[in-house]
Ligand binder design. Structure first.
Ligand code: FE
Ligand code: CA
Length: 512
């Protein structure tokens, strides 16, 4: 359980107190050692009536405890129709407590569908930066154009967040982050900045890591400008973890996972309900009749990676002959409950576009040819039966215009996704767009060329440049632009390197 019961109760009491004894309550004499909103503000998970607002009081985010004393502070919040807060349409007070690093999550309701709002927080005499968020359109409410972007893998040491600065200027309706928001450890070459602390293992470590990443001005601005949806991948906890198992079979891994999850929640605009007892991070969000998004968690419920090295967990690379376990039809990547939910949700969708936000490449990433082909056991290639069930569910439920988005592999990939990605005669069932990394180091042009050569379904592959992908949805078409930066330069420009189109009602990608 992430939120200590006590905290839930105290938050509930604080809310109840705010509801019955509002504005004339004696002003608190709260003083901070510095500006308490140094981590900015954020919003996420829009519905037709609201969204979740986030902030965390941390005048010294790089210190254990964030520079906060005491056990709790009352925080006010306001949502307005205008940036000057002339028309405040929702407001309240909530407690920020030491148990949750003085973070605040407000699930705002009662707003009007399909419009933008402004929000801010107050604590003591201090006021946060103003954030901007939007509600979703309700069913039947038309949407001419919806623009989303997705990113993943932002190793703080590997580069600057120029990608986030440019994402801020993309006029987005929604930002998706598909995992590796932090990295627990240092790796790679040509590092441009340094983590505070070594490998994160404790609650204090993870909090400082999130705090440091979120001090980045470009990332902070993007969080404040547009609502986000997010899922985690492995590095929010530890490389290659699988459900209750860690890469090195740490017997205390579940304790580490629990504190890593808690720190994630403390820093993300995720609704309280999503995290209540089971750390559930999968679910669906819809915008009118145009688009439904399914955010999936492929880490928490998976079978461990097939054929691990002796005495180890984690991933490896195997041939078909060397690892029969990989092909076991019972193996799962999403877990049975999430699979069943998704199958049901596919059947219920009425939206034109159905977008899966998940962690990794879904089409085949095998290397080599014939019997010598090798498969990486951490991605969908390590769980081909589970992949088959998901794609078959899409087809059986006649899911309209599925788009599969992913990250993790530090390469932008555009692919026609077949029911069986290893069989070129099997039908195309979806379009796949895997995003590059925001900063994390990738591969070489030669490796990308090899992937395209060995997989004709892979229409585009770019593992040597960092960036993100923007997808513009209309009732007629989806247009995806792969955008790249030079992550080693703070002032990097932005460039579109590839553009792809999917016509509504027609499967398959076309250039341009
Ligand atoms: Fe990554
Ligand atoms: Ca990853």
């Amino acid at each position: 359980m992430l939120l200590p019961r006590r905290d839930v109760m105290r938050s509930a009491l604080a809310l109840a107190a705010a509801a019955c004894a509002p504005t004339q309550a004696a002003p608190q004499r709260v003083r901070f050692v510095g500006y308490p909103f140094r981590l900015g503000v954020a919003s996420g998970y829009p519905s037709a009536t609201g969204f979740t607002l986030w902030t965390r009081l941390a005048p010294s985010p790089l210190e254990e405890g964030g520079g906060m004393g005491g056990t709790g502070v009352e925080v006010g919040w306001e949502v307005a129709e205008d940036e000057a807060f002339g028309v405040v349409v929702a407001s309240g007070r909530i407690g920020a407590f030491v148990e949750n690093a003085f973070s605040v999550h407000v699930d705002v309701t009662g707003l009007r569908p399909g419009r933008w709002y402004f929000y801010r927080f107050m604590a003591g005499d201090e006021v946060s930066p103003v954030g901007r968020s939007r509600t979703a359109e309700q069913p039947g409410q038309g949407i001419d154009r919806f623009r989303l972007a997705f990113g993943s893998c932002q190793h703080f040491e590997h580069g600057y967040f120029a990608a986030h600065r440019h994402l801020h200027d993309e006029d987005l309706d929604l930002m998706l982050f598909l995992g590796d928001y932090i990295y627990e450890a240092t790796w790679g070459k040509d590092l441009v900045r340094a983590h505070v602390g070594d490998e994160a293992t404790t609650l204090g470590d993870y909090r400082i890591r999130y705090g440091q990443v979120r001090t980045d001005a470009d990332l902070q601005r993007l969080h404040g400008a547009v609502p986000w949806l997010m899922v985690w991948d492995d590095h929010e906890v530890d490389n290659d973890w699988a459900a209750a198992q860690s890469e090195h079979l740490d017997p205390r891994f579940l304790e580490r996972r629990a504190v890593a999850f808690q720190a994630f929640f403390e820093h993300m605009p995720v609704p309280r309900a999503w995290f209540a007892d089971a750390s559930k991070l999968y679910g669906s969000v819809a915008f009118g009749d145009l688009v439904r998004l399914y955010m999936l968690d492929d880490r928490s419920y998976r079978d461990r990676q097939a054929c691990p090295r002796p005495g180890q967990g984690g991933s490896t690379v195997v041939t078909e002959a060397a690892c029969a376990e990989r092909l076991d039809p019972k193996r799962t990547l999403l877990g049975s409950a999430q699979e069943a939910w998704l199958d049901q949700a596919f059947g219920a969708s009425k939206q034109t576009w159905n977008v899966l936000g998940q962690q990794t490449l879904m089409t085949s990433g095998s290397r080599g040819v014939g019997g010598d082909r090798t498969f990486w056991t951490d991605g969908w290639d390590g769980y081909p039966a589970a992949r088959g069930r998901l794609l078959e569910s899409m087809r059986k439920k006649k899911l309209t215009n599925p788009l599969v988005l992913g990250g993790d592999i530090h390469a932008a990939v555009v692919a026609d996704l077949r029911l069986d990605p290893e069989d070129p005669s099997s039908p195309v069932v979806a379009a796949e767009l895997c995003g590059s990394s925001i900063t994390s180091q990738g591969g070489t042009p030669e490796e990308s060329a090899q992937a395209m050569r060995e997989h004709p379904d892979v229409r585009y592959a770019n593992g040597w440049q960092r960036g993100y992908t923007v997808v513009e949805l209309t009732p007629e078409a989806a247009v995806a632009r792969v955008r790249v930066v030079d992550e080693k330069r703070v002032d990097s420009g932005i460039e579109t390197v590839s553009t792809w189109r999917v016509e509504a009602g027609r499967l398959g990608l076309t250039p341009g």
